[in-house]
Structures are given as C-alpha cells and as structure tokens.
Design a protein around this ligand. Structure first.
Ligand code: XMP
Ligand code: MG
Length: 182
C-alpha cells in the first residue's frame, strides 16, 4: 500500500499501541469512574484513530463527541481564528472533559478550542495529544497528556493525512519528498 511514498517509519504500530495503553492509564488515574461519564472530544478528522483506540483502552466509561472546525484561510489560521462547522451534540457543563488531539504544532487551533470549551463551564478540561512538535512548547497551551515528542517533520498515518491520503496507515511515517513535488 502506498508503495514508495513513505520515506521512513517514525512510530510503529506496536509503539503506538503501547503508548495508547500508557496514556489510558494516566487519564483513568485522573478520572476515576464517578457520577457522570468522562467526555472525550475529538476534532475531525486526524485524531479519529487515536480516539477510537484510547476509548477502548480506557478502563472507565467514556462518551464520544466530535467537532469539525475550519480556519479562516491560510493567512488567518496563524491568528487562531476558527469557524465551527460541526458543534458538539451535547452540553458539557459540569462534565469532566478530555480533548483528544492527533498532533500539536503551533497550538493555535487548540488554544482557540480550549477557550471556546472553557466558556461552556466543564467541571474539568484536559488535553491528550498523541504527537507534539517542537514549536508547540513555545505556546502556553496546557497539555496534560503527551504521547510522543517528534521532530519538526511532516508526518502521516494513523489518522494523519497529506491531501486526505495515508490516514489508513497503521503506523506513523514521514513522506518521501517526491510526493509533494508531484
Ligand atoms: P496547530 O499549528 O494549530 O496545528 O497546532 C495542528 C494541526 O495541523 C496539522 N498538522 C499536521 N498534519 N501531519 C499532518 O498530517 C503533520 O505533520 C502535521 N503537523 C500539523 C493537523 O491538522 C493538526 O491538527
Ligand atoms: Mg490534515
């Protein structure tokens, strides 16, 4: 599949699986089963695989919510101005919430999302990301759970895409430059 498009495997399927188990333990330790279920919020589409695996690894009941957002074009995406294309189906007031992210790069989208969700008065709000790039450390976005810190390279697989392709790869890898130049 995708013959010759992947330059290198950065994180194997086994490494992802082990990390998901570890992250699930951390999240569960902070969120014991209580009077209401933990809510996992995923922003479509990159974190869908991660959310599906994390939800099944968590030993506490969770409810799944999805959002779809779009940045106002490339010039304003850096300003973190975001438009909601699909909002949550349910109120999160007084609920324990974990945002499930695929990757944090500049952190601007996440920073906007945290503000937006915080205004809905959840009981608690944390972020769990599978991947984090070096720039993310510069911004003040509180991220409690991080899977892997990776180099500043474009990666695909396990939900992450290039032009909507490669999301279905079971591992995370770097793209061969020939793919960009096609
Ligand atoms: P910010 O800069 O707001 O961006 O933290 C996070 C979003 O940027 C995309 N992104 C990537 N997508 N491979 C991808 O497939 C990458 O290496 C990558 N780096 C950033 C992604 O949509 C993420 O949610
Ligand atoms: Mg993408």
């Amino acid at each position: 599949m995708y013959d010759g498009d992947i330059a290198s495997v950065l994180i194997t399927e086994q490494e992802i699986s082990d990390k998901v188990t570890e992250l699930a333990k951390q999240v569960a330790a902070d969120h014991p089963e209580g009077d209401s279920d933990l809510v996992l919020i995923t922003v479509l589409k990159g974190a869908v695989m991660f959310m599906a695996d994390l939800a099944r690894a968590l030993p506490v009941p969770v409810q799944l919510e999805f959002m779809a957002v779009s940045s106002y074009g490339s010039s304003t995406s850096s300003s973190g101005v975001v438009r909601i294309l699909k909002d949550l189906d349910r109120d999160i007031a007084d609920r324990n919430v974990v945002i499930v992210e695929d990757i944090i790069d500049s952190g601007l989208t996440l920073s906007w999302l945290l503000k937006n969700l915080q205004s809905r008065k959840p009981r608690s709000l944390q972020v769990c990301t599978l991947l984090r790039k070096p720039d993310a450390v510069k911004v003040e976005v509180p991220v409690k759970y991080v899977g892997f810190d990776i180099p500043n390279e474009f990666v695909v697989g396990y939900g992450l895409d290039y032009a909507e392709r490669y999301r279905d790869l079971p591992y995370i890898g770097t793209l061969d430059p020939k793919v960009y130049s096609n």
